[in-house]
Design a protein around this ligand. Structure first.
Ligand code: COS
Length: 385
């Protein structure tokens, strides 16, 4: 049976998130973008809505929602502002999900309530200056001490790295073991030897905090280890299964925002004595945008449906992330075309949509990595070795 009908609860969650985006996110998005401001008040409001721990169990302070509902929330937040959406994606999918899935009861009770309530922000420290797609090849080292570990290395492109109280840090414990030597650590960012600095000059996501992290002999106890030694790569990959779904959901929001803005504009903008919405070539652009939006949303919902049933979904998540991120760029680009010169300045949201969409085919696995995952899945041949 295929059923595209949302439950009453999912419908309510969607409407509430849309209303939240309209009231709290969209009115401040342009000013935050211009000011390059990481909006901590908005983060607190999203936390109050339960959006930082939507899929976390209620016993740990989350809302215990299903993935489809989470995707609906992330779509609406992404329609509002991808920088705000990045907060939700990183906090919920990369950090909270990893702790809930791999953590001990002590770790879950210590961190999840604070993360869900927004008392603490978390960041995901996988990528390094010389390690992006080849995620197993980390330079950051963790050395065993008598009562814990010392971690040294650098992390790059870390969303929320300057605001986070907790960093999920991936490090190599034994280079001879390759990906089976990796471990994940819950590192408080006020630890001695931990520092962060802001990365400037980004094309988009101006109101998202993006950091470089440096760990200089940071000492943590044994209780900081998340999962077992050697589980680090699996922790990262399982986090990205959730994170890629979240990015894809946010991209559907960009697509929908572009359609909404373009339809409105095309109906009120007049040329040759009639609204440009009456021109076939404008309608063709709108139609392309609508098709991309529907297709992306359908793929995201399918991935969420599989997650909610506990079925394997790495392939479907990569398909959704690849399609939705590329669709967001196409749609935002077309939306600017519909707006003409007006779309090139920030009186309308579409130029920000394009700038913010651009990163989504890069982070949480490039489009090329998604294609290699999809290609391996259908051929059984690993093109990455
Ligand atoms: N969940 C849990 N475990 C997973 C997994 C998943 N989704 N995917 C793989 N694993 C496990 C495998 O089961 C395997 O376990 P064993 O060691 O027990 O055999 C292990 O991880 C290695 O898997 P695999 O051989 O598939 O890994 P590869 O080295 O081939 O992975 C890719 C290569 C490209 C897929 C991976 O490095 C990747 O996703 N790179 C992109 C990283 C990225 O997205 N960076 C952005 C960071 S966030 S901005």
């Amino acid at each position: 049976m295929i059923d595209f009908e949302l439950t009453d609860e999912q419908q309510l969650i969607r409407e509430t998130a849309a209303d939240f985006a309209n009231r709290e996110i969209i009115p401040v998005a342009r000013e935050n973008d211009r000011a390059h401001r990481f909006d901590t008040e908005l983060v607190a409001k999203m936390a109050d809505m339960g959006y930082l721990g939507a899929i976390v169990s209620e016993q740990y302070g989350g809302r215990g929602l299903d993935y489809l509902s989470y995707g609906l929330i992330v779509e609406e937040v992404g329609r509002g502002d991808s920088s705000a959406r990045t907060v939700v994606s990183v906090q919920t999918s990369l950090v909270c999900s990893s702790i809930e899935r791999w953590g001990t009861e002590e770790q879950k009770h210590e961190w999840l309530p604070k993360l869900c309530s927004g008392e603490a922000l978390g960041c995901f420290g996988l990528t390094e200056p010389n390690t992006g797609s080849d995620a197993a090849n980390l330079s950051t080292r963790a050395k065993k001490t008598s009562d814990g570990w010392t971690i040294s290395g650098q992390k790059q492109w870390i969303s929320m790295g300057n605001h986070a109280k907790l960093a999920l840090i991936f490090a190599q414990t034994d280079p001879k073991l390759g990906h089976r030597g990796l471990a994940a650590f819950l590192v408080p960012t006020d630890s001695d030897g931990f520092s962060s600095s802001e990365i400037h000059g980004k094309l988009g996501l101006h109101s998202s905090d993006t950091a470089e992290l440096a760990l200089d002999e940071v000492a943590v106890g044994d209780e900081a280890l998340l999962g077992e030694i050697g589980d680090g790569f699996k922790v990262a990959m399982s986090a990205l299964d959730s994170g890629r779904f979240s990015v894809a959901s946010g991209c559907v929001g960009i697509c929908q925002g572009c359609v909404d803005a373009s339809v409105d504009y095309a109906k009120q903008r007049e040329q040759f004595d009639r609204p440009i919405a009456g021109f076939q070539l404008v309608q063709a652009m709108l139609a392309d945008m609508v098709v991309d939006t529907h297709a992306a949303r359908g793929l995201v919902w399918k991935a969420g449906w599989l997650k909610d049933r506990g079925k394997p979904n790495t392939l479907e998540t990569s398909v959704a992330k690849l399609y939705a991120s590329e669709a967001a760029i196409r749609t935002a680009n077309t939306a600017i075309q519909v707006h003409g010169g007006a779309g090139y300045v920030d009186d309308h949201p579409v130029e920000r949509y394009l700038r913010d969409a651009r990163v989504t085919t890069l982070y949480e696995g490039t489009s090329q990595i998604q294609k290699l995952i999809i290609g391996r899945s259908v051929t059984g041949i690993n093109a990455m070795v």
